[in-house]
Design a protein around this ligand. Structure first.
Ligand SMILES: Cc1ncc(COP(=O)(O)O)c(C=O)c1O
Length: 307
């Protein structure tokens, strides 16, 4: 087998794994590798954690997928658990971090539009940030390498250097600004943590100018910094909207856009949607992963007797 029929968007290492167990990966030739990549902040519980395997198998035997046209009890349970654990009141479930970011950006613009200010579309992002690979996400990140060859930049995206306090203060005061998007700890930017003072300043300036604050905790969330979400180290820095993914499913594709009741107020029926986001399989695994992240036994709707 070769990769001749795959799009050449990755320079892949010449290594294929066939099995994982805890912190170890096993290659085709049986060689064991200590996994220091962890799926890039995703396999937070190691490979084939028995709780995750049991959750997946049990749900797989019951129901994989139903449309979001119906109630999905796992979504209601996970939304309740996540919102109880942070600032948020509402959740939208998606499959990838980029989708969670998309939802966050749409939620912010829609909030202003529904409040009679549709001209508030600008999103301020920071140099060195990474928010994913969709059009909105590459525009919010502003990395020229990821924008190259994909046509003109979308209107309404502004980039500021994290250190440029005066520049940010001027930009956020513009009446066209809808939101600020920031990773409390930049991932791809080099594990760069914002200081407590920076996080507080962003929150204060957003409040002053009626701008929504979006935290991208796709990489820093789900216990990665020792708190469930990185911003929870500093009281008073809670965002209005937050994107979460990666370790949310501990390796299963699932993501969430979390928001306060107010910030989510524009997201009325028809404003957004997804086919696969939040399906019963993803919810069962994410509930089990969250239980582990919070260090308590699962109280999900499936039994864990198989462990
Ligand atoms: C901070 C951050 N946001 C968003 C994303 C995009 O997530 P995904 O690759 O699941 O679309 C990533 C992925 O690395 C990320 O690190």
């Amino acid at each position: 087998m070769t990769s001749d029929h795959l799009m050449t968007v990755y320079n892949r290492a010449p290594l294929a794994f066939v099995r994982g167990d805890g912190a170890w990966l096993y290659a085709e030739d049986g060689e064991a590798y200590l996994d220091c990549v962890g799926g890039i902040a995703t396999n937070a519980l190691g490979h084939c954690h028995p709780l995750m395997v049991a959750a997946l198998i049990e749900q797989a035997g019951k129901l994989w997928h139903v449309s979001n046209m119906f109630r999905i009890p796992g979504q209601e349970q996970l939304a309740e658990r996540l919102t109880r654990a942070c600032f948020a009141d509402r959740a939208f479930f998606a499959n990838t971090g980029s989708e969670a970011v998309e939802c966050a950006l749409k939620t912010a613009r829609r909030f202003h539009a529904r409040r009679g200010a549709p001209e508030r579309i600008d999103v301020i992002g920071f140099a060195g940030s990474f928010h994913g690979r969709t059009y909105a996400a590459i525009n919010a990140s502003g990395n020229p390498d990821y924008l190259d060859g994909f046509g003109p930049r979308l209107p309404g995206y502004v980039q500021i250097a994290l250190e440029d306090q005066a520049g940010f203060e001027a930009a956020v005061a513009e009446p066209s600004v809808a939101a600020v998007i920031v990773e409390p700890v930049q991932g791809e930017g080099g594990a760069r943590a914002l200081s407590a003072a920076d996080l507080l300043r962003l929150r204060r300036l957003c409040d002053t100018h009626g701008v929504l604050l979006i935290h991208d905790e796709v990489q820093s969330g789900m216990g990665r910094t020792g708190r469930l979400f990185a911003h929870q180290w500093v009281e008073g820095t809670e965002p209005d909207i937050m994107a979460v993914a990666k370790a949310l499913g501990a390796g299963f594709p699932v993501a969430a856009c979390l928001a306060t009741e107010t910030a989510a107020s524009g997201m009325t029926p028809g404003a957004h949607g997804t086919t696969f986001g939040g399906n019963p399989l993803a919810m069962a695994v994410a509930i089990a992963a969250l239980s582990s992240a919070q260090g308590r036994p699962s109280d999900t709707h499936f039994s864990i007797s198989a462990i």
